[in-house]
Every structure is written in C-alpha cells, then in structure tokens.
Design a protein around this ligand. Structure first.
Ligand code: V47
Length: 372
C-alpha cells in the first residue's frame, strides 16, 4: 500500500523505517516537530506490527504506595508530602500486606510498589516488607522501587547501589518500574525536580540493576518546560543504555499532570501530544521491546487510539492509583480485566494477558498459570 506522506521531512524517515534502520537525533526532532500525525502513526505502526503483530498486552496488577512522605519536594509532584504534614501517610508493614490482598477478586500477577523518599523507613524495613509479601503472595511478581528510591536508600544506608539492589533482590524484589527518570536534561531537571538524583545517576542505577540481571522499565515525563531537543536527548540516552545492557523491558511516556503542583500554571498536555509521544518513542526506541500507553495517564479513550500509533501495552487493572490522581487525573482508579479486554478488542487488536516479563498468562476464574 502506497500511503501519502504529507510532511516532506518524513519521507526520508519512511525509507529508513521501511529498511529497519536506526533513526538519528535529527530524525527524532523532525518526528516531534511534524503535525502530520497520521503519517507518524503509519510509520510507528509499521514498527509495532513488525515486533508484535496485532497482539496487545495488559496485566492484572495492583499498585501499592506504602508512603507519600518524601524529602524531595519536586515541583512536578502532587503526591509527596513533608513528614510533619498532617495529610501525609505511612503504612505499617501489616497495612502494606493487608492492602496487597484487598481489591478485586481477580488474582493479580504483579504488585507495583513505589513511594516517597521517607527519611526514617530503613532498607531493612523495605526488605521485611518484600519478604512478607512473598510469604503471603508467593506467585505475585514484585516490581518495586524507582531508581530514585534505590539511590536514596543506598545513600541513607551508606552502602553502594549494587549492594542495595542485591539486598532488595534477595528479599524478593523481582524487577523495577520505570519512574523517576523525568527528563535527563539538567537545566530542566533543576526546575522540575531539583532534589532528585541527576540523569546520569538514574542511568547508572539502571545500568547496575541490569548488570545484576534485574529487568526494569523506563519512562520520560513530558509536557512541562522541556523542548523537542530535551525529549530526543532523553530517548537517545535510554536507547544507548539499552544497547549496552538490554535490560529495559518497556518504555512509558508520562504526560505531566499539573494540578496541585507548584507548576499548576502549565496547562495539561493535549491528546495530540500524548499520541505523538507514543509514536515517536516506538520509532526512536528500536531496541526496547514494548511501548506502554498508560491508561491512567492518557485516559482509556486515548490509550485505545495509541494502540494504532505504536503502543502494544495498556498496563493493567491497577485497582488504586494515587500519584496521578493527586495531580488531577480524572480517570477511574482501576479497570477490570473485562474492561481492558474490551478496549483492546474494540481497537481491532488481540488481547494477551501477560505477567510483568511478558509471558502469557492463562486464566481460569481467579487463578492463573504463567505459560513459559
Ligand atoms: O516517577 C509524578 C511521574 C511517575 C507527576 O514502570 C508525574 O510499569 C505526571 O513511573 N504528573 C510514577 N507524572 C509513575 C510511573 C509508572 C506508571 C505506570 C507504569 C510504570 C511501569 C511506571 O509518575 C513518577 C513521575 O515520573 N509523576 N508526578 C505529575 N504531577
């Protein structure tokens, strides 16, 4: 089929995509600068279908945020609270274990566990939390702690990143989520999250995790004060690390939600920008297997469209989400498995329930088997 490409800047990129060649930094800029969204989607869909056909992944997961106390005070964030804030919360270990079992009857295959940088919770506390979860839910994959939390725990415990990761892994951590990467450019980082580890430390922590055999996801926060160059630079840095380690499983572009943050004056992202960030990622990140349209952040309606613009994953049931809802997300807290199936099928795609590492899951009622 000969599709007409309206934007002449995309014509040479089309040739490279069709030949399976790597796109350059300047290609990335052209992709972010085009308004020819249909051609962009056409190109991203070529790569998406080459890798995954029509298969669209989702999982049955539960988010757990043990604390919202955070020493970092990032301007981008509406979730973190100071330790003495009367609205702040910190769960006890028993509360974490209880929370894990609450919710839908559908048996979850993953707990996604992230929280604030708490000045008093120790590495031993987190190890006990993981051990307790494994004891109670031995079949559930524990995807826990952003690179930022790992680096903070290492600093507070006065041990290396490697040893911190090893101890958490020995206690039951199976992989790491992709949060905290924000945008690697230091100028932007100083404004939106100046108390966080810098971009090179985020990448170095991911490198160490991958060297230990742990897989992780990766993200980029867009739609605040970053420019096109910052976004392309971020994607290229992830791609370069992936060439070295192969440890990233999934990339998730995260749209900035400004409500209740000090950056409230910045408007919300548009559907156009959300779709574009999915498509450009699919085209630039040729070595990262999966691109996730995170429905909480994009809304299920836009996430469904994204399945035709490069995304092959919708994330999961989630049950209870706090980080985006504190920042003004209007989406529901969780989706049922049947709703995810329907969203995918109505987009003409083939749903496949997966575990965290993308092994298909076969279900009978509320139990499951991972097919290896
Ligand atoms: O690290 C925080 C971002 C991340 C805001 O790995 C905000 O499978 C927008 O990383 N507006 C947490 N974004 C979410 C995350 C994630 C989500 C789903 C799946 C996976 C995965 C990872 O959300 C934070 C930060 O980058 N964030 N505040 C905000 N106001």
């Amino acid at each position: 089929m000969q599709v007409v490409i309206d934007d002449p800047r995309l014509v040479p990129i089309r040739a490279r995509v069709e030949a399976g060649e790597r796109l350059t930094f300047d290609d990335g800029l052209a992709l972010f600068r085009t308004t020819d969204i249909l051609s962009l989607g056409y190109l991203a869909n070529i790569v998406r279908e080459r890798l995954h056909g029509s298969t669209t992944y989702f999982n049955v997961n539960r988010h757990i945020n043990p604390t919202d106390v955070c020493v970092a005070s990032c301007r981008l964030c509406a979730f973190g609270k100071r330790v003495r804030d009367p609205k702040a919360y910190t769960m006890s270990l028993e509360e974490v274990w209880h929370k894990a079992g609450e919710g839908y009857s559908e048996a979850v295959t993953e707990f996604h566990i992230v929280g604030g940088l708490h000045p008093e919770l120790t590495l031993d506390w987190f190890c006990e939390m993981l051990r307790g979860l494994k004891e109670r839910f031995p079949q559930v994959h524990l995807k826990a702690f952003t690179m930022v939390e790992i680096a903070y725990l290492a600093r507070r415990t006065k041990i290396s990143i490697r040893e911190t990761l090893q101890r958490l892994r020995d206690a039951g951590m199976d992989s790491l989520p992709g949060g905290g990467a924000e945008i690697f450019n230091e100028r932007v980082r100083r404004i939106i999250c100046d108390h966080k580890i810098d971009g090179s430390e985020w990448l170095e922590t991911a490198r160490t995790a991958h060297q230990l055999g742990l897989r992780s996801n990766c993200t980029m926060l867009y739609g605040h004060i970053e420019n096109d160059e910052d976004r392309v630079d971020h994607l290229v840095k992830l791609r370069t690390l992936q060439d070295e380690t192969g440890g990233f499983v999934t990339y998730i572009p995260l749209a900035f939600h400004p409500d209740n943050t000090p950056l409230q004056h910045i408007g919300k992202t548009t559907g156009f920008a959300d779709i574009k960030n999915i498509a450009v990622a699919r085209l630039m990140l040729d070595n990262i297997p999966h691109i996730k349209a995170y429905w909480v952040m994009m809304t299920p309606r836009i996430a469904q469209i994204a399945l035709r613009f490069g995304a092959d994953d919708l994330d999961g049931t989630i049950v209870e989400e706090r980080i985006y809802h504190d920042a003004g997300a209007t989406t529901t807290q969780g989706l049922r498995r049947a709703e995810l199936l329907q969203l995918i099928r109505k987009a003409g795609r083939v749903p496949v329930e997966r575990d965290t590492l993308y092994r298909p899951v076969q279900r009978t009622e509320s139990t499951f088997t991972v097919l290896v």
